[in-house]
Design a protein around this ligand. Structure first.
Ligand SMILES: [Mg+2]
Length: 278
């Protein structure tokens, strides 16, 4: 504890368990954003879920009364686009295991995507430079097989995020990106050369650059130690654990991830920021 909050210019916010729970805003969330506004502190909503586009999140956040624009939303899909553009610009043509919404974001960013044809004999849509795996609730078996085919032929392998399952209240298990990568690894012996989402620091690299921020000017705020707090640690940002979600303050105190701040909720963070910056 005790890292100076005075220098914070931007907060990076996890969603579930941090600003809302099961889609319902906490009563202290809107006052927290009022504090950010008054203090001229910027904010970004951060999610590992690469099945939705940034505009989907903007719509959902606005419907809850939050002020959000595409610039305020950063998904692991966007972070993967940033990574490819910055570090692997030669990979332009991708075989993407992902949703249409994510595909649209890659196309908008200038990538070519191999066709969705589940071809057997031919390579409809041409040969990719790389295979990118994301979270796709409509995952198609033939395309999964085709991804394995390209991996067997040595194409670079990237994953948007490491999560094995996506939390759900429904009576099912939502197989997420990490599990699909494990399946492909079993089939081909290949593992991704980069897994971009939280807790990997590449999740924030493009964002920090776009917003012209030093890591120490940023607070990463979340309710999970092994993703949110680990990301802050990896990045060198201020790590703020809020006990409004899956982690208790006691568990956070005993954790190896060592948050800089263990707070009740973002409401308390708003108060601390006001006090530090007034
Ligand atoms: Mg969370």
């Amino acid at each position: 504890m005790g890292v100076d909050l005075k220098r914070i210019r931007h907060v990076v916010l996890d969603l579930d368990g941090t600003i809302y729970l099961s889609g319902r805003l906490f009563s202290w969330t809107l006052p927290f954003f009022d504090a950010l506004h008054d203090l001229e502190i910027g904010y970004t909503f951060l999610t590992n879920n690469s099945s939705l586009g940034r505009r989907d999140y903007v719509e959902s956040l606005r419907s809850k009364g939050l002020n959000a624009d595409v610039r305020n939303v950063h998904t692991s899909g966007q972070a993967t686009i940033d990574f490819l553009q910055r570090h692997r610009p030669e990979l332009r043509r991708l075989f993407l295991l992902g949703t249409d919404r994510l595909a649209a974001e890659f196309i908008e960013a200038g990538f070519d995507l191999c066709g969705s044809e589940a071809d057997g004999e031919s390579h409809a849509g041409g040969e990719p430079d790389a295979v990118v795996v994301a979270f796709d609730p409509a995952l198609d078996f033939a395309r999964l097989c085709k991804a394995a085919y390209w991996l067997e032929r040595g194409k670079p392998f990237l994953a948007t995020h490491p999560d094995f399952v996506c939390p759900t209240d429904r009576p099912t298990v939502l197989i997420d990106c990490g599990s699909v990568c494990a399946c492909l690894a079993a089939a081909t012996g290949r593992t991704p050369e980069a897994v971009i989402g939280k807790p990997d620091k590449r999740m924030l690299e493009g964002l920090l650059c776009r917003e012209n921020l030093e890591p120490r000017e940023v607070a990463v705020v979340g309710d999970r130690l092994y993703t949110d707090i680990a990301l802050a640690r990896e990045t060198g940002a201020v790590a703020v654990l809020v006990a409004s979600g899956e982690t208790t303050a006691e568990a956070a105190r005993q954790s190896e991830f060592r948050p800089d701040y263990i707070l009740r909720d973002v409401g308390e963070l708003g108060e601390l920021l006001r006090r530090a910056q007034c």
